[in-house]
Design a protein around this ligand. Structure first.
Ligand code: HEM
Length: 480
């Protein structure tokens, strides 16, 4: 039953389930003590084993730790469902609570569409390269202005949000905004609020819906509703613009392809394509594609500042392969293996502080010998496999790109799976890796990044939002 404190038979072990509160007291206690939710669940994993069974509010949640159990989890198709959150009507969306994401039943058709059309628009092709190359050079121009031939001081943790968002929005709706454009600033502001106030795991009113009546302000419910309303309105505006210019014979971007799909399928009862679903797809893409990439870049530059010798080595490689003038292109990747290693090391630092998206068991199944009942939620925690003191890596807390270089080749060990695996693996890997490579190369080609003088080095601790991000830090940027 909803409030049952009895665990299903052979369910993964974990702290005691209290009436109403479930395992929340112990998880919250450890979260406070360690500072982060994933350190709390990792601590529990040390006590109970890599797969732990929690109950939060009315929901059973299994959290999976360590490379071996993660691989088994992600490879098990019975666990590849998405949580269901039926899109009802526009007005009642807010009642769904939690994150607005494509409903589990709809996802695989929608996912197939996205994979195909992202490729068509230009994933991995020349179109995409040009788009990303432009975007990285725009950021170079911005820094040149800020440093004005000498040096400047810049806040790094949010430097990348706007250019990365621009690249993503351009793939979806074809528009590129100037970095100072008020519309782009508006979208960025809405998303920043969303990432701050809406969380996969953290909002109390998600686990305890009664709070939205008892304490709508204090529980964060009101602000949550307001952020979604602004985001949804913004996306509907883009859809309306597109409908006016829509030429089915000449699709320009993902949204055009989607509108054609709605028209083509309009007579099919079972079609999952609709305008409302298009809005949710855009939200899916924002959630998955914007902060992930820009926060990975944030961690990258945090560590580049802490490890100046890595920066020097990267710059030597760039100077040898491209010189200082010729802007980097996606096709330069093979010639810059050390930069590739920096990309992977930055990904490790980012996902090592993160969870996967939530999955759902689509039927009764087994995981690491435990029985998981249909509909149970399962989340992977990537800390133990990537970053924890006892993960399968030498000196895991150190930023060491050379760990992936074997005889001049880039070799990624099995425990590093920053994009997941299996039926739910990331569909944006090509875009993300392209962006990371180009931004890192373009900036290191032209600038040095160093610690603020007379200040202690920036902290490697982080903030948990929707995805982890470095604490705000400033650096000295100087033209090379
Ligand atoms: C550094 C950047 C990125 C990282 C580290 C990353 C990582 C991940 C991970 C770990 C998952 C979850 C896999 C799972 O739960 O099994 C995921 C899912 C996903 N990613 Fe990415 N991602 C990145 C960028 C992107 C970008 C740029 C896009 C958009 C084009 C994107 C789109 C998605 C989508 C739509 C999903 C959900 C897949 C599903 O539920 O079937 N990601 N990503």
């Amino acid at each position: 039953g909803y409030q049952s404190t009895r665990k299903p038979k052979n369910f993964p072990l974990g702290p005691r389930w209290w009436p109403f509160l479930g395992s929340a007291p112990q998880v919250q206690y450890l979260r406070k003590k360690t500072g982060h939710l994933l350190l709390a669940t990792s601590k529990l994993a040390r006590q109970y084993g890599p797969v732990i069974g929690l109950k939060v509010g009315g929901e059973q949640i299994v959290v999976v730790h360590g490379a071996k159990a993660l691989r088994e989890f992600l490879g098990n198709e019975d666990l590849s469902g998405r949580p269901n959150s039926k899109p009802d009507t526009y007005r009642s969306w807010g009642k769904r609570l939690g994150i607005i994401m494509t409903d589990g039943e709809f996802w695989f058709e929608q996912r197939r569409f996205l994979v195909r059309h992202l490729r068509e628009i230009g994933f991995g092709t020349n179109d995409m390269s040009t788009l990303l190359e432009d975007e990285s050079q725009e950021l170079v121009k911005y820094l040149l202005k800020e440093t004005n031939g000498g040096e400047g001081i810049l806040g790094m943790s949010s430097l990348f949000s706007i250019p990365i968002l621009n690249a993503l929005w351009r793939m979806l709706v074809g528009v590129r905004y100037d970095p100072g454009d008020p519309k782009l600033a508006k979208l960025h502001g809405i998303l920043a609020d969303m990432f701050k106030h809406v969380s996969i795991v953290g909002r109390p009113f998600v686990a305890f819906p009664i709070l939205r009546y008892l304490a709508p302000e204090a529980s964060g419910y009101n602000i949550y509703m307001e952020v979604y309303r602004r985001l949804i309105d913004f996306i509907y505006e883009a859809i309306d613009d597109h409908k006016q210019m829509h030429d089915p014979d000449c699709p320009r971007d993902v949204m055009d392809f989607y509108l054609s799909m709605i028209n083509r399928n309009s007579k099919l009862q079972s079609s999952t394509f609709s305008e409302q679903q298009l809005v949710i797809i855009c939200i899916d893409m924002f959630i998955a594609g914007s902060e992930t990439t820009s926060n990975t870049l944030g961690f990258c530059f945090l560590y580049l500042v802490l490890y100046p010798e890595v920066q020097r080595k990267a710059q030597e490689e760039i100077d040898r392969a491209l010189g200082r003038e010729r802007a980097p292109m996606l096709s330069d990747r093979q010639r810059l293996p050390y930069i590739e290693c920096i990309v992977w090391e930055s990904l490790r630092m980012f996902v090592g502080r993160a969870f996967t998206l939530p999955h759902r068991a689509i039927r009764d199944t087994k995981l690491c010998g435990y029985s998981l009942p249909k509909n149970v939620k399962v989340v992977g925690c990537l800390y133990d496999s990537c970053l924890s003191e006892d993960c399968d890596m030498e000196d895991p807390l150190a930023f060491k790109p050379e760990r992936y270089l074997k005889n001049g080749q880039v070799v990624i060990p099995d425990n590093i799976i920053p994009f997941g695996l299996g039926k739910r693996r990331c569909i944006g890997e090509a875009l993300a890796r392209g962006n990371l490579f180009l931004f890192i190369t373009a900036l290191l080609q032209r600038f040095n990044f160093s610690q603020m003088p007379n200040e202690s080095p920036p902290s490697t601790d982080w903030e948990d939002g929707f995805t982890p991000r470095p604490k705000d830090f400033q650096v000295v940027v100087s033209e090379r």
